[in-house]
Write a protein that binds this ligand. Structure first.
Ligand code: ATP
Length: 525
């Protein structure tokens, strides 16, 4: 049941009489003010992350000061040159960084002070009953007892202090969740560093108890809310409850893709576990009513995230918090008891959604399944989101279109070679285009009699056969080492990453089989 809507408009700091949709679009957020928003491709199919490689852990990083650097910072951690500071969290600064070898590659490098982390760790420890978990980050990993963890482990590897956050980020691979690239420890210093995917437009909105912001147009909010749904649905499917969803933890890339960040208070559960938790964590203004009660006991972590999504959506739409009091007790009371205020001219679908998200009773709050199909989210069904199954699946095989349109240069090269192999076989075997080759012939590069096994020879053979391969020598040299002709298979596992296969499932395992299948179907077509 919907809670009643108050007639008065919310108290805003500016443009009191305008509905959010009428307000001027805040240019600093960088999208078209007036254009019709078209639901982006990522809402209709999962885009595999092209450059996803396993997260590196570097325990012997060195911090160098470069006196000649004119960026104002003059610092380098291994290959990362630190540029300007872009923000500050409770454990240190965040810098824009570039790769020394390839300055076009930009990253966000988050510094984490070991001493501050240890202090927080100890404070947490003191607050917990005997036998409870220890360790940093505030996680509750798999709800297992970790009493066997020794101080020696912590001392031997300081990354241990944020092991759960690293574990979570390592596990995740989704277009709406920030990627962790590397974690580095400088054994000589007080800091370690997390190298994250760079989100050029930064925090989506700065709003808190003391601050309001320019609201976004409703359609822009709908698109970002859809990103949020996909990201959080994926997290939940991985057994992760974020626990701190708020505009501060949503960043935008240069092309306006929303990324969820900061897993500092997240909890990870066994897959398919009920995800219930008694932990009190998150930012007060975004806490659900069930966590604002004294002695609240276990609550459903997913429903808690959904409430915070509601508060966040409210902020994006109206530029202010729905419940706002400086005294914590008053804030918690308001969250538990006050009705939300909405403008009278609001789209009824949006009003319905906000009431369902900010439903005080977690048992009656909208579920993710209903949320993804809600009329406001899908424009009454005319703009559906990609299916839950596609969104939460671990391994996304590329579509034929994705392969053929050469998502990456190297996949393009690979497919060009496949086409060339096919042409060459047809010519050397004197087969017509329509004759179906035998199975043995169908695997030219696997065949014992394959024409060549060296890139140079191969090029010669192609040329001798008069094949116009459309492949530059560079391309061939790049792609061919991934193919060998000894009857063992198509790809040398170690080289699979060079054609981007590891990006399909985060590992090279299965790449050979995948490539064989792809080649086979290409040869048959
Ligand atoms: N990947 C990123 N890309 C771009 N900017 C980032 C990125 N990560 C963080 N930032 C910027 O740095 C600021 C601080 O981030 P950080 O995660 O340290 O702070 P925080 O969210 O307050 O964290 P904490 O909970 O640790 O205090 C963010 O508000 C944001 O402006």
């Amino acid at each position: 049941m919907l809670s009643p809507i108050r007639d008065e408009a919310p108290d805003r700091t500016s443009d009191e009489n305008q509905s959010p949709a009428q307000r001027p679009y805040p240019q600093q957020h960088g999208s078209s003010p007036s254009g019709t928003f078209i639901s982006p491709a990522r809402h209709h199919r999962r885009i595999p992350s092209i450059n996803r490689t396993p997260v590196k852990e570097t325990l012997n990083a060195s911090l160098e000061y470069d006196d000649e650097d004119d960026s104002g910072q003059g610092m380098r951690i291994n290959q990362y040159i630190l540029k300007q500071e872009i923000g500050r969290g409770s454990f240190g600064a965040v810098h824009l960084a570039v790769d020394q070898q390839n300055p076009d590659n930009q990253y966000a490098v988050k510094e984490i002070s070991k001493s501050r982390l240890r202090k927080k760790d100890q404070a947490n420890l003191l607050r917990q009953p005997p036998g409870a978990r220890r360790g940093g980050g505030g996680f509750h990993l798999n709800r297992r007892s970790v009493s066997d963890i020794t101080r020696a482990q912590e001392l031997s590897n300081p990354l241990y202090l944020i092991r759960e956050e690293i574990a979570i980020l390592k596990k995740l691979d989704h277009q709406n969740v920030v990627s962790l690239i590397e974690v580095l420890d400088d054994p000589e210093g007080d800091s370690f560093y997390m190298v994250l995917e760079w989100c050029a437009k930064g925090v989506i909105m700065k709003v808190d108890l003391d601050r309001s912001a320019d609201p976004y147009p409703e359609e822009q909010c709908r698109l970002w809310f859809r990103d949020m749904i996909l990201g959080i649905e994926y997290l939940h499917s991985q057994g992760i409850v974020h626990r701190d969803i708020k505009p501060d933890n949503l960043l935008l890339t240069s092309d306006d893709v929303l990324k969820i960040v900061d897993f500092g208070v997240s909890e990870m559960f066994e897959k398919d576990a009920p995800m219930r938790t008694a932990k009190f964590a998150g930012s007060p203004a975004f806490l659900p009513p069930e966590l604002c009660k004294v002695g609240h006991g276990d609550v459903d972590g997913r429903a808690a995230d959904i409430w915070s999504m509601g508060v966040t959506l409210y902020c994006l739409l109206f530029g202010r918090l729905p419940f706002s009091h400086h005294v914590l007790v008053d804030l918690y009371n308001a969250i538990q008891e006050d009705l939300i205020q909405l403008p009278t001219d609001i789209d009824p679908d949006l009003s319905d959604l906000l009431h369902q998200l900010l439903q005080k009773d977690p048992e009656r709050r909208i579920t993710m399944k209903d949320l993804r199909n809600h009329a406001w989210v899908t424009r009454s069904g005319s703009d559906p989101l990609l299916s839950e199954e596609d969104n939460t699946t671990e391994f996304i095989p590329p579509t034929k279109d994705e392969l053929d349109t050469a998502i990456t240069k190297s996949i393009g090269n690979f497919m060009a070679v496949v086409r060339a192999v096919r042409k060459l076989k047809r010519l050397t075997l004197g087969r017509s285009r329509n004759t179906k080759p035998t199975k043995e012939e169908n695997h030219p590069v696997r065949s014992q009699n394959a024409p060549v096994d060296q890139p140079g020879n191969y090029q010669q053979q192609l040329n001798a056969a008069g094949v116009n391969t459309e492949i530059s020598l560079d391309g061939l040299a790049h792609a061919l080492p991934t193919i060998h002709c000894d009857g063992e298979g198509l790809l040398q596992e170690s080289q699979a990453p060079s054609i981007g296969l590891n990006t399909m499932d985060g590992e090279t395992e299965g790449a050979e089989e995948w490539a064989n299948e792809k080649l086979e179907s290409h040869l048959e077509n």
